[in-house]
Each structure stands twice: as C-alpha cells, then as structure tokens.
Ligand binder design. Sequence first.
Ligand code: V47
Length: 368
Amino acid sequence: MQFSFDTNLNKIAEKVEANERLTFDEGVELYKTDDLNALGKLADFVRRKKHGKTTYYNVNRHFNHTNICVADCKFCGFYRRARQDDAYTHSIDEGIEIARNAVNEGATELHIVGGLNSKLPFEYYTDLFSSLKREFPRLHLKALTMVELDFFARFYKMPDEEVIEKLKAAGMDSCPGGGAEIFAEPTRSRICDHKCDGNRWLELAGKVHKAGLKTNATMLYGHIETTEDRVDHFVKLREQQDKTGGFQCFIPLAFYPPGTALSSLPGPDAMLNLKTIAVSRLMLDNFDHIKAYWVMLGLPITQTALHFGANDVDGTITDGGELTHAYSVETGGERKMTKDELISMIENAGFEAVERDTVYNRVERVAA
Ligand code: V47
C-alpha cells in the first residue's frame, strides 16, 4: 500500500524530527500543503513528545465586567456604545456574586475581560480585584488583555509599569491572551484601527512577564488575513517568547462573523482550523501549550485538533460570559460544558484528561 506524504514537506519533517526551528517560509509551506494528514502527523509528533497523551482542561468562569467600548473593532459583536440600551457595566457586588457561583461550582479561575470603557475610573479595577481576592483568596484572577493595559496607561496617564504593579498588587494573577488579533499591517489596521498595534501588544506582554506574571497569546484568524499574516504572527510571538519567556499558551481564535461588521465573510472552514492548530504547534517551538478552544471550534473539530498538536481545550467556561456568547459557535445549543462532559470529550478522542489550574499545575480534588 502506498501512503501519501507531500514530498515538499520532507525537509521540514526532517527539521521537526531534529528539533530545529522552522523559518517563516517553511511556515507558509506548511499552510499551503493539501496533505492534511502529513501536517497533522508532524504536529502530533511534537505534541506527543512534549505531553504524551495528556490533555488539559480547567474549571473556570468568564466575567465580562463591561461591554462599553470605544475601540470599534470590525470583528467584534460584543461591544456597545455607552448610550445604547443594552450597554452594561457590572458593579463590584455583581462581580462577587458571579465569582461566588463559580467558586461554588468548583472554579479555580475567573477570566476577566471587558471593553475599553472611558466612563470607569482606574479604581474600579483595583477595587474589583481586591474585593474578589478578599472574598475568594484562592480564586486565580486571569484578567485584562494587553489592549486594556495599553488603554489604562494612556487614558489614566500612568507608566505601563505602574499600571501593571497596581493591578498586580490588587490581585491580578495573570493575563489572558486576547487583543492580539493579527499583528501584521495593513490587516490589523483594517480590522481594528482604534486599538494598540502589534508591537505595542508585544511590548506590554514583555513588561507583564518582567513583572513576574504569566500571560497567554491568541490570534484571530479566518477573516481578511493572509497566510503570510498568520505566519508572521507566529514568528513575532516566538521572538517575544525568546526574550521574556512568559507566554504559557497559544490560542488560535476562529473568527465567528454573525453580528459583526464583517458578517458577510464565511469564517474559517475545518481545513483552516486544523491547519492553524498544527502550524502553530510547529512554528511556536518555545510555547508549551496549544489550546483548541472548544467554544469556538465546536466539539468534533476540538477532538480532531487534539490529534493535530493541541494539548488543552480550555474549560467549563461560559455562564456569565457575554463576550463568549457574542461569538461562540453552536455546539449542539450548548455554550457551557460540565467537567464530566469535558473529560468524556477528551477521553473519547483517545487522550488522558488532566485538570489544571491557570498556571498548569495539576489540580487534585478530594472526593466529596
Ligand atoms: O481579543 C472577538 C476574539 C478575543 C470575535 O487567554 C472573536 O486563555 C471570534 O482572548 N469571533 C477574546 N473571536 C477572547 C480571548 C480568549 C478566549 C479564551 C481563552 C483565552 C485565554 C483568551 O476574542 C478577542 C478577539 O480576538 N473575538 N470577536 C469573533 N467575532
């Protein structure tokens, strides 16, 4: 029997096997192949070398404190102007109640992001974090993207370091990876010209790492970006990781068009979803974890992605996650999964499910 293998990939396969860094051109070559099986096998080889059959998940909750935003991103279906009827900002007490429900359901992490809201004082954030920490000292606050930190530094006129130190002192434990979108110009300016550029996003990630906190990194794909833009994104993240080393996880975010200014676009298909997981695993040789975000990918592609380089599926997530609601794919009508459902999804795909905390320590639970 003749097994197919795109012979253009032979040289890259040798480099992957020898643990050698791939170039920009090789990243583009990987995207261009039609041999999805070969690409998946290469990424799976690296995934299994790093993690064996382990696939991580966590028990978490999203809290989007405000949907009021001045940024006007073309891909976003979540933001509102302050005058709109369905604009909202949660009070600190509401935040505490959402966190209390999450903790009662076993959450170890609260993922906090929101719009760039020019009506809020900086103290809203420090009060929110310190109040949450007072009530739930063991709940990890994964809070605020580099775009929010950039907005705070400019809007509240503070040096970056002061913004980061004050939020860290109040209880910010790490930062999620949002706001990275696509670094390459002119694409970035076409989809989000009111927020910080790619270099600034990377600079701030470096500063957060230097302050001793971990962050994640994302890439929004499947809109107007090119293959070269995606590979450029990986190379820039890899260079930043070489410098400051604080990225824990990369999360490719599949663009979901409904309700956005780009709603006429089809969004990414299964080929692009799987290629992006696999190429990110192969290009981001200094990232430990690649997350297949089930909310965006749906369950069948998430399971397949575990064979294409991903070793994490994120968490139980969604209640209270208005932002996620704005862009989540229909997963059989579900936008929330129980821990048992997550475990079954991972195990049915042939992997071992391991509960982690935000910084990838194993969580051992005592049976009730
Ligand atoms: O920055 C916005 C994206 C991000 C859409 O760090 C959209 O663990 C698809 O960053 N279609 C926020 N995506 C979410 C995020 C994230 C999610 C899960 C885990 C982590 C982590 C981070 O969502 C935004 C933007 O890139 N987004 N609109 C949309 N229509």
